[in-house]
Design a protein around this ligand. Sequence first.
Ligand SMILES: NCCCN[C@H]1CC[C@H](N)CC1
Length: 292
Amino acid sequence: KASKVQYYNNPMWPGEAHSLKVEKILYQGKSPYQEVLVFESTTYGKVLVLDGIVQLTDKDECAYQEMITHLPLCSIPSPKKVLVIGGGDGGVLREISRHSSVESIDICEIDQLVIDVCKDFFPHLSVGFEDPRVQLHVGDAVEFLRNAPEGTYDAIIVDSSDPIGPAQELVEKPFFDTIARALRPGGVLCNQAESMWLHTHLIQDMLSICHETFKGSVHYAWTSVPTYPSGVIGFLLCAKEGPPVNFLTPINPIEKLEGATEAGREIRFYNSEMHRAAFVLPTFVKKELEAY
Ligand SMILES: NCCCN[C@H]1CC[C@H](N)CC1
């Protein structure tokens, strides 16, 4: 009961709750940053919950992890150096490892407990940490990026939780400035960008910041994730000024990715048509975002 009341009061979705039946609690703990819960659900497999918010489920994690990774990486010719902010479950690392052009993958995750718990309960996500190209940095991403040399990365993926916990400062302008500085000219950012049904103002704020900070193209994309509030999640695709980037038409053929099964899993959601479709917006969203 108590957790339900707490959930209704989440400022990210006031008066709204999405519940899954708990068949069995597998892990419950608390890190210096957040409460961590893993449980077996009835039809979505295992579920990871941070501070009462569903982060991923076995059944639908592929949609989020594949789209947040392949939308940016399939938009530039040959990504070599990639940085992941957050993503401690390892799912984005698993997807990046499908790109043979990538030579090094930095990941900066603030919470070691998330990494440890996912290694125990979500091996098909934490398999991403086994890639020899991966360098793990446990700490604050703002600090990490401040120390990153200018023009280092071809792509930066911000796989963050909601901006009401440790991820609060990952939607503020100073953070985007450090991202822009760390990208090479024509480098790309893909940011988790919430729901077009629930977070118009947050998306408008992020769009304004990104148009100011990234002089290349900026686009909002979205996909279906049934266990996220409102059943969809958005992504903000930004290109730093330099060689032009066309996010709308993938240039890395999907065939190159599908064969890569060393990640331990076949691609289950992303394809070139879904890539193009992700940038097609409903009329109300176009109207709400066009001025930003
Ligand atoms: N790497 C797991 C996904 C983290 N992304 C967020 C989870 C919580 C959602 N409300 C928004 C996306």
